[in-house]
Design a protein around this ligand. Structure first.
Ligand SMILES: Cc1cc2nc3c(=O)[nH]c(=O)nc-3n(C[C@H](O)[C@H](O)[C@H](O)COP(=O)(O)OP(=O)(O)OC[C@H]3O[C@@H](n4cnc5c(N)ncnc54)[C@H](O)[C@@H]3O)c2cc1C
Ligand SMILES: *[C@@H]1O[C@H](CO)[C@@H](O)[C@H](O)[C@H]1NC(C)=O
Ligand SMILES: *[C@@H]1O[C@H](CO)[C@@H](O)[C@H](O)[C@H]1NC(C)=O
Ligand SMILES: *[C@@H]1O[C@H](CO)[C@@H](O)[C@H](O)[C@H]1NC(C)=O
Ligand SMILES: *[C@@H]1O[C@H](CO)[C@@H](O)[C@H](O)[C@H]1NC(C)=O
Ligand SMILES: *[C@@H]1O[C@H](CO)[C@@H](O)[C@H](O)[C@H]1NC(C)=O
Length: 661
């Protein structure tokens, strides 16, 4: 499991000094930190001729923290080497006393006596080569209480608040500030309050594996809460946490294409992606090189982080399954700080668990190697229809119903359709196909696939004028078809359900399913849904992705919203009734199914069954094996039921102390 590092000439910390040589052994580590801003890189190059992953390490992965590096740091660290030591072979019954997080009830919090002193943070920063970033909330420029106050910058932040690119490029910001605690929102009123709140206190701007190892060791040994942030897309605040040390993977952008990758069980095209690679980047590369990657529809979602670790649905899923199913190997920093290669051969358990069991649970992934598929043409079609003077509400719903009846045929044809159904006023509704993504279909083939539905619409006198075009590659089709979603609303939350094929197989159950969706829309909540399937392709190794995906024909999302001035109690009330009433009706149509963890309701009852299904018991056992220290936590992640965030406002957000239950 542990990578054996053999390097004849260990480069010492001093020899690796970047901007200045390490000073002669100082009187104490605190003196070292205080007396010098010199950067010490606590890392050593580990050669990468051949690895278990059947592909070389990225150069960022060859810079590692080893026992020898730690030993060589002794003169600098003095009596503080414990802070960065690797985790021992601890069983949960016999935990090392220096592992504070293993024995204390709560993670250390800013202001606590055990919170690391300033000189410890600067020492840590020096070991990281100057990559530690103290969190300044993105919108701090809007507040006169912050030194960063700058009305012009505030304008830029306000203008871009709903644009995902800005949050992805910040070490601590996330795209759902509701789950951070709304502690620093853009405003016109500079006298308001802006705090770090539920954002991590510090983040490591990662450029190599050694920095991740140092951060994991430091967090574990000092008892700090640890979060992993990639883009910050997560719907439930899984990439943030008050008082946490953040590991920010966004800048790990390497991409390497292997036209003829060979492992013990696969031979064919594959791509190795750094943890920070985003959808638009891999698709661009795929277009250049002539392959198709199985990634998400969202433009800026990370493809090698939380997305793939949580399963990952894709416009290609109806043909090739989930993104997690494509993964052949991963490079991972474990909770004990060790860097390992995980494949079917090196560690079958972890290989299974990482592919679908969720992010921030077993380790920090630094790269994944995934199968890629041949170049394929796609027909993209966008259209809408609505109630009007000539289309009554019952006619409208008959038009939608005609579509629902064809879900199995459409998914079995390998297509993926993203559609929205919304109330646009009292007794007025709109259906928007945005878009229908017909993989491996010409325009003529697409037209013949949807003809029966369009015939029904014509017979119902429902006008619609599809914009349909064929693209000879995935990237062009995807770019034309999918909107850039807006993010960062604080007045809504989402929830979802995976509706199984069985719901289409009995007329009574189909009625019940359709009624549930209709009822939601009529009550005023939008439905954003995907008609797709995500079966495990033949010959692919099993993954731990939610089994509910395997027979799903629809992944439907809805949301609850409130006004800007709603009180915390009103928000909680709205959330709870959404969970129980709106989603309750959906759940009732398929109680044995589940929901997709990465686009979910944070209050989902019995989340273990809903997000993980029958895999939960094994995933939980593996969590105890690989993270007996409780280093990794994220809301609704495997093992999260053993912890609670004592949020300041009583909402299910990350703005509070993390404690064992
Ligand atoms: C606009 C939008 C569009 C979306 N489109 C899709 C889609 O088409 N298909 C789909 O399946 N989902 C989609 N999602 C959901 C998406 O999969 C989740 O938000 C997912 O959590 C994003 O992963 P990330 O790494 O980009 O985000 P983050 O929020 O940074 O991370 C998510 C979780 O993964 C953990 N994590 C991140 N990187 C690592 C790592 N390297 N090692 C270990 N843990 C890590 C984090 O700690 C966190 O718990 C979309 C979301 C949004 C907001
Ligand atoms: C390190 O610890 C030893 C005893 O454990 C002590 O004598 C010494 O003063 C310490 N050094 C510093 C710099 O704290
Ligand atoms: C932010 O908004 C400004 C306009 O205020 C725009 O010019 C800029 O491109 C935006 N930046 C990002 C990162 O979106
Ligand atoms: C993070 O590091 C990248 C280089 O890898 C650099 O371009 C960027 O400015 C850094 N960001 C912050 C916030 O430190
Ligand atoms: C595309 O469809 C053709 C038949 O029309 C089939 O032979 C081929 O395998 C399909 N390709 C993919 C990638 O599904
Ligand atoms: C389903 O609903 C339709 C229309 O409301 C109705 O005609 C039909 O009888 C229902 N079928 C069953 C099995 O309930």
């Amino acid at each position: 499991m542990v990578r054996i590092t053999s390097h004849a000439s260990l480069l010492t910390a001093a020899a690796l000094a970047l901007s200045a040589p390490a000073h002669a052994a100082p009187a104490s580590a605190s003196a070292a930190a205080a007396s010098s801003a010199s950067v010490i890189v606590a890392a050593t190059p580990v050669p990468s001729s051949s690895t278990d992953a059947d592909a070389p390490l990225f150069s960022s992965e060859t810079l590692q923290l080893t026992d020898e590096v730690i030993a060589d740091l002794t003169p600098v660290l003095q009596n503080n080497t414990d802070l960065f030591d690797f985790g021992g072979e601890v069983s949960s019954s016999e935990l090392s006393a220096r592992c504070i997080s293993c024995i204390s009830k709560c993670k250390v919090f800013p202001g606590d006596v055990l919170w690391p002193a300033t000189w410890v943070w600067s020492l840590f920063d020096r070991l990281l080569g100057g990559r530690l970033v103290k969190t300044v909330p993105l919108a701090a420029s809007c507040y006169s209480s912050w030194p960063e106050y700058d009305p012009e910058q505030c304008q830029v932040v306000s203008d871009n608040w709903t644009v995902s690119y800005m949050h992805a490029a910040d070490p601590a910001s996330i795209m759902w500030p509701l789950f951070e605690g709304r502690s620093c929102l853009p405003t016109d009123d500079p006298s308001g309050s802006c705090t770090v709140g539920g954002y991590s206190s510090y983040a490591v701007n990662v450029s190599n594996v050694a920095q991740i190892q140092l951060a994991v060791n430091f967090a574990r040994n000092a008892g700090l809460r640890l979060v992993v942030k990639n883009t910050g897309h997560d719907f439930n605040g899984k990439s943030t946490g008050a008082g946490a040390l953040g590991i920010w993977t966004h800048n790990l952008k390497d991409i390497e294409y292997y036209p003829d990758y060979q492992s013990s069980s696969y031979r064919g095209a594959a791509v190795k992606m750094g943890a920070g690679v985003q959808a638009f980047e891999i698709y661009q590369k795929a277009k250049e090189l002539g392959f198709t990657a199985v990634g998400g529809e969202g433009k800026t979602v990370g493809v090698a982080g939380g997305y793939v670790l949580g399963g990952g649905h894709s416009p290609m899923s109806s043909i090739y399954g989930l993104a997690a199913d494509q993964v052949l190997a991963l490079e991972v920093v474990l909770a004990n700080g060790r860097f390992v290669t995980v494949t079917e051969d090196t560690d079958a358990d972890l290989f299974w668990a990482l592919r679908g069991g969720g992010g921030a649970t077993y380790g920090v992934v630094t790269s994944v190697i995934s199968r890629v598929q041949p170049k394929v043409g796609v027909t993209v079609s966008t259209f809408s229809f609505s109630t009007s003077a000539t289309v009554s509400t019952s006619t409208f719903w008959a038009g939608v119903r005609s579509y629902f009846e064809r879900f199995a045929i459409h998914a079995d044809a390998g297509t993926y359709a993203y559609f929205w159904i919304m109330a646009t006023g009292p007794d007025s509704f709109m259906f928007l196909m945005n878009p229908f993504f017909a993989v491996n279909h010409t325009v003529a083939e697409f037209n013949s696939l949807v003809q029966p539905w369009f015939d029904d619409l014509a017979a119902l006198n429902i006008p619609t004028s599809p914009q349909t075009a064929y693209y000879d590659n995935f990237h062009s089709a995807w770019e034309a078809g999918f909107p850039l979603e807006t993010v960062a609303s604080t007045t809504m939350m989402t929830g979802s359900r995976l509706f199984p094929r069985a719901n289409w197989e009995s007329p009574a159950l189909l009625n019940k399913t359709f009624d549930a969706i209709q009822q939601t829309v009529v009550a005023g909540a939008p439905v954003l849904a995907f008609n797709m399937k995500a079966e495990l392709p033949e010959g692919y190794p099993a993954s731990s992705a939610n089994p509910a995906w395997r027979n799903a024909l629809m992944h439907a999302i809805s949301s609850a919203s409130w006004t800007e001035d709603a009180t915390d109690a009103e928000i909680l009330q709205t959330m709870t009734s959404f969970t129980e009433d709106v989603l309750g009706v959906w759940r009732e149509t398929c109680p044995e199914s589940g929901a997709y963890m990465s686009e979910a309701d944070i209050l989902e009852p019995n989340f273990q069954q809903a997000f993980y299904g029958d895999n939960y018991a094994r995933l939980y056992k593996l969590k105890q094996r690989y993270d007996p220290f409780g280093v990794f936590y994220a809301p609704t992640a495997v093992g999260s039921e053993d912890w609670v965030v004592e949020s300041e406002d009583g909402l299910p957000d990350q703005n509070g102390r993390l404690c064992r239950v």
